[in-house]
Design a protein around this ligand. Structure first.
Ligand code: ATP
Length: 132
């Protein structure tokens, strides 16, 4: 099966660099599966798990938004944050989820609401990836 290099980079570190067969991401226009030899393009990514297919294995990574860049030689995900299941602290994500839910239930201005909604999405994304 043909493959391509997938790199996932955050402002802090390179999280992933491996040959993969396919990656499924949630772009601004919905789910998108990227196979080898895709035409070059850039698209924004939502806060959502990505699925990586490699031989017979499948991996999930919690990506906290960013951009997907398809180059001729590789695919790069420039992520705001990215964690493999083993890197995710479940208790921390659950605490972040609770804080966000509390903020959303209180009366706040729109800016705070949006921030709390994004924090909730990040926490739920991490919980989903950690729990497989
Ligand atoms: P928190 O409120 O718990 O800090 P957050 O969603 O605000 O969560 P981010 O700003 O998205 O956190 O990420 C900051 C850094 O902390 C990133 O390096 C991210 O990978 C890491 N991080 C955040 N939450 C977790 C978690 N539950 N487990 C492991 N790493 C995490």
């Amino acid at each position: 099966m043909s493959s391509f290099l997938l790199e996932i980079v955050t402002p802090e570190r390179k999280v992933y660099a491996e040959d993969v067969n396919m990656v499924i991401v949630k772009g601004s226009e919905g789910e998108m599966g990227i196979m080898p030899n895709h035409i070059p393009m850039v698209t924004p990514l939502k806060i959502a798990p990505i699925t990586i297919k490699k031989k017979n294995a499948e991996e999930k990574i919690a990506v906290g938004g960013g951009f997907l860049e398809i180059r001729k030689d590789k695919v790069v995900i420039l992520a705001e944050s990215a964690e493999l299941p083993g890197d995710i602290d479940l208790a921390r994500a659950e605490a972040a989820k609770q804080r966000a839910e509390q903020r959303l239930s209180g009366k706040k201005d729109n800016h705070d609401q949006l921030r709390a909604e994004l924090a909730l999405q990040r926490a739920m994304n991490r919980i989903a990836v950690k729990q497989g």
